[in-house]
Design a protein around this ligand. Structure first.
Ligand code: PXP
Length: 262
């Protein structure tokens, strides 16, 4: 099944896979070299079954660079595939998004000391801070997604502030599964309830963070979810199996969970 989403030239599947290529840049930057190239990884990801590419330009540029975003914007435009630009809510990032006009922008919280994006954006507590950025991005034709915890007040606030999409933070659930903690089913139920609440409000639902082969099935089985964004685990697996096989396997697990090969 395909769905027309956003730009008319982009036709997409019912459960899409966005591959986050940030950590190709992490490896490149560890040596200050020009390789491995995240754009090459994006090409391979699209050929292997990714529906779109996700990249996070962090304020400290620890992985993806401004030049990477320029190259990824050009590549995804050429291929007619969506670029999901993850960004902090700052004037600098807003200006970069407006310059490149990606298909979507996902607003995330960002703290310089964190190893990765810890927790979701506090939309309920920061309405006045996020609202102007959402308005500016939407006015430029960019679909706005908010990366939030699956909590009723955050979902309601995301809707009230005019976001078209929410991305549910799956990190706590995935970690609980990996650590074999008893709270994993409760965290999965919270994701499921949040997805249903969001869809009832007319929001498109995405999910991401920490997803691996073990956790993807239960998340993909939540019927309201339209897109998964997956990065770190895939890049780790790519070391052992290659990037294309890792993405193909993830895609197959997603399709199996949905009972389709669409
Ligand atoms: N979605 C969002 C909003 C993120 O910030 C990240 C991490 O950059 C991901 C998805 C992908 O998470 P992971 O790399 O753990 O798969």
């Amino acid at each position: 099944m395909t769905l027309a989403v956003g730009s008319p030239e982009i036709s997409l599947r019912a459960l899409r896979l966005g591959v986050n290529i940030d950590h190709v840049a992490t490896i490149r930057n560890a040596r200050g070299e020009g390789y491995p190239d995240p754009t090459r990884a994006a090409e391979i990801a699209l050929a292997a079954g990714a529906d779109g590419i996700t990249a996070h330009l962090r304020e400290d540029r620890r992985h993806i660079s401004d030049a990477d975003i320029e190259a990824l914007a050009a590549l995804t435009r050429r291929r007619g595939r969506p670029l999901n630009f993850e960004m902090a809510v700052t004037r600098e990032m807003e200006a970069i998004a407006l310059a490149h006009r990606p298909h979507a922008a996902c607003l995330v919280p960002e703290h310089r000391e964190e190893v990765t994006t810890e927790g979701g954006l506090d939309v309920a507590g920061q309405h006045n801070r996020v609202a102007p950025t959402i308005e500016a991005l939407k006015a430029a034709g960019i679909r706005v997604s908010l990366f939030i915890e699956s909590a009723g007040d955050q979902i309601a606030a995301a809707h009230a502030v005019g976001a078209q999409v929410i991305e549910l933070h799956t990190g706590a659930y995935c970690l609980a599964v990996r650590e074999r903690r008893l709270e994993a089913p409760r965290l999965l139920a919270a994701l499921s309830e949040g997805a249903a609440q969001a869809e009832a409000l007319g929001l498109e639902v995405h999910a991401g963070h920490g997803i691996d082969y073990e956790t993807v099935g239960a998340i993909a089985a939540i019927p309201q979810i339209a897109e998964l964004n997956i990065g770190h685990f895939l890049m780790g697996e790519a070391i052992f199996s290659g990037l294309s096989p890792a993405i193909r396997r993830m895609r197959a697990l997603m399709d199996a969970a949905r009972g389709s090969t669409a």
